[in-house]
Every structure is written in structure tokens, then in C-alpha cells.
Design a protein. Structure first.
Length: 123
């Protein structure tokens, strides 16, 4: 099913069930695409999503003592590097950089980005 933003697929399934005099619910729902990001890139302008395994690795690594964590030459953990490879920054109308909407990240246009840091602390 290909839908636009704001479509409530679970509600649609429920309503179809009611329309045929029965009940219905969604057992599995997988988003295959969000904008230019997709689970199955076709080699064109599509961008590949960060694989779920990267986040599983991050969760496992979070349990390890800091001194056992392996880092690359930039000081990033493996999972951080994988996420940064997929990071997309947007240019605003003044020529500065903006983080994607909804990420909660703030960019200071007067300072170059040399390193992003990640936190596993929930606030």
C-alpha cells in the first residue's frame, strides 16, 4: 500500500473490517520508504536506511565498560560511524545547515561541524 503522510493504516484496516461487518487489525506494518530513505534502494537517488542491527549493536555496546569500547580514528564507535554515514543535513534559505526536521538537533551556523556526539541518556 502506498500512502501519503498522515494516513493511519491501522485505522484504515479497522474501518475496512467494520465496513464488511467484521473486525480487522494490522498484525505487521513495515514502512519501506520515508522520503528518499528506503529499506531497498534501487541504486538511483534512493538512500539506504540505517540497518536495525546497527542499533542492536549500540544497545549491546552500551552495556560494556567505556575502556572496552572500540573507536575509529575519529573517535566514533562503529555504530556512530554507521549512523553518521546516513546523516542528511539540509541547507536553509540563508545557506546554513539545518538538521532534518524532528531530529531535535541544533546547528550553530557560525561554527563548522567537526564532530557530532551521541548520548544514550534519556531525558
Amino acid at each position: 500500500m502506498k500512502v501519503s503522510g498522515g494516513t493511519y493504516v491501522r485505522s484504515l484496516a479497522h474501518d475496512i473490517g467494520l465496513a464488511i461487518g467484521s473486525a480487522a487489525h494490522v498484525v505487521t506494518l513495515t514502512r519501506l520508504r520515508q522520503g528518499e530513505f528506503t529499506l531497498e534502494p534501487d541504486g538511483g537517488a534512493d538512500k539506504e536506511c540505517v540497518p536495525w542491527e546497527v542499533f542492536q549493536e549500540a544497545a549491546r555496546e552500551n552495556e560494556e565498560p567505556e575502556e572496552k569500547v572500540q573507536r575509529d580514528e575519529m573517535g566514533y564507535r562503529k555504530w556512530e560511524s554507521e549512523v553518521l554515514k546516513k546523516l542528511v543535513l539540509f541547507e536553509d534559505n540563508q545557506g546554513g545547515l539545518e538538521a532534518p526536521p524532528g531530529t531535535g538537533m541544533a546547528m550553530d551556523a557560525d561554527k563548522p561541524i567537526s564532530k557530532l556526539s551521541f548520548s544514550n541518556k534519556v531525558k
